[in-house]
Each structure stands twice: as C-alpha cells, then as structure tokens.
Design a protein around this ligand. Structure first.
Ligand SMILES: O=C(CO)[C@H](O)[C@H](O)COP(=O)(O)O
Length: 224
C-alpha cells in the first residue's frame, strides 16, 4: 500500500498560489478544493485557476469538486490539467457514467462521501473508481476539527476494498494533522489530504515529510 500526502491548497495564500504550490513540491499530489457556494457554503476557484496551477507546478493536481452538477464540470477540470478528479456522490446525477468518463479522458476517477453518507450502498461501484474519499470534516472549510467518528467508516471502506481485491486508494480529508494521521493510517487510509497542518507550518515541505513519517510508522509501510 502506497502512502501519499496531498497538501490542500485551500489553506495556502491565494495571492501567491504558484509559490505556495512550489513550496510543497515533493508531495505526491496537490489537492485543489473547488467549491461553488451551492454544494458547500464557500467559494474558492474554478477551471482557469486549475489550468494556471497546472503550469506552475510539477506536482500532479488532485481536484476535489465540492460542486453541484459534477457530471457537467468534471471533464473541464481534466482538460485544465487535473490528473485526478473527485466528485461527490451526493451531487452526481450518474456516478458510474461520470467515473467512466473521467477514466476515458485519462484521469483518475474518485468519489467522495460526506460524513453522513455511508459507504455500503456504493460497494458495487468501487471497481469503477481509482480512489474513494472519506471526508473527515463537513466539506466547505479548512481548519476544522477531525471527526473521529469517521474512523469506523474508514475501516469498513478498507475492508470492502480488500474484499474485492482492488488496488484503489483510500483518501481522507479534513482535520488530518500530526495528531490524527496515525489513527487514519491504522484504520486503512493511504492518501492523506492536509491543509492547515501543511500550510500553517513554518516549513510546509518539512510538514509533508513529518506527516509521511507518522503514517509510515503507524502502518510499518514505506511511502512512495
Ligand atoms: O476539503 C476540504 C474542506 O472541505 C479541505 O481539503 C480540508 O478541509 C483541508 O483542510 P484541513 O486539513 O485544514 O482540514
């Protein structure tokens, strides 16, 4: 199992996005939170900014669409340079068709679950996905406290992935920090989004390394 740390640009200084992206080169992916002020009560950035970010960094872009109508918008984020696109199952009209379209366009297909959305109804969809994102805060804002009531869902999702013999990744996002990453890793997550824990640190690149070491220690697994 590869362990990956994905800094979330949501916690960066938006007036210096290119520099902030460069500050975490060495991370596995740059997590880009797209919010539309409808699906979540916050507004961040859209396709043109993703396109510019892609030109500013060598780190591949992991775009998390917290938006209504991802069926319509996801292809545009791939064309803008996203290497992985996550849509919310609560917002997608046709999640299977959307996952297939994302893969057909050459990106990794990922589906997210808000905290109150269970994994079990979506077991049969797992083979259509390259990653499943279990939100560990209510989506919309960085800097929230980790919801440890999500740990059983992370465990159950890992069991389903293993039961089906899938190689897909299991991502967690929200409140992931030095204080919580080991519990997430022990529960079976292998991709960790961290916003304030990385960009709130004096040295974001060192914070990425420190988080990676903690996740590796918790699982006894070297990362990528
Ligand atoms: O999706 C998100 C919020 O909806 C962010 O990626 C997440 O909150 C990261 O910030 P932090 O690590 O500070 O919680």
């Amino acid at each position: 199992m590869a362990l990956q740390i994905n800094p979330s640009i949501l916690s960066a200084d938006f007036s210096r996005l290119a520099d902030e992206a460069k500050a975490v080169e060495g991370a596995d992916w740059l997590h880009v939170d797209v919010m539309d002020n409808h699906f979540v009560p916050n507004l961040t950035l859209g396709v043109p900014v993703v396109e510019s970010l892609g030109k500013a960094t060598e780190t591949p872009l992991d775009c998390h669409l917290m938006i209504d109508d991802p069926d319509r918008w996801a292809p545009q984020y791939i064309e803008a340079g996203a290497g992985s696109v996550t849509f919310h199952v609560e917002a997608a009209a046709a999640p299977v068709r959307l996952a297939r379209e994302i893969r057909a366009k050459g990106a990794r297909a990922s589906m997210a679950l808000k905290p109150a959305t269970p994994i079990e109804p979506y077991e049969d969809l797992l083979p259509e996905l390259d990653m499943l994102l279990v939100m560990t805060v209510e989506p919309g804002f960085g800097g929230q406290a980790f919801l440890d009531i999500m740990l059983p869902k992370i465990r159950r999702t890992r069991q389903l992935i293993d039961k089906h013999g899938l190689q897909m990744w299991l991502q967690v996002d929200g409140g992931v920090s030095a204080a919580t990453i080991e519990r997430c890793a022990e529960a079976g997550a292998d991709v960790f989004v961290a916003g304030s824990a990385v960009y709130g640190a004096d040295d974001p690149a060192k914070a990425v390394q420190a988080l990676r070491q903690l996740a590796e220690k918790a699982t006894g697994t070297p990362g990528t």
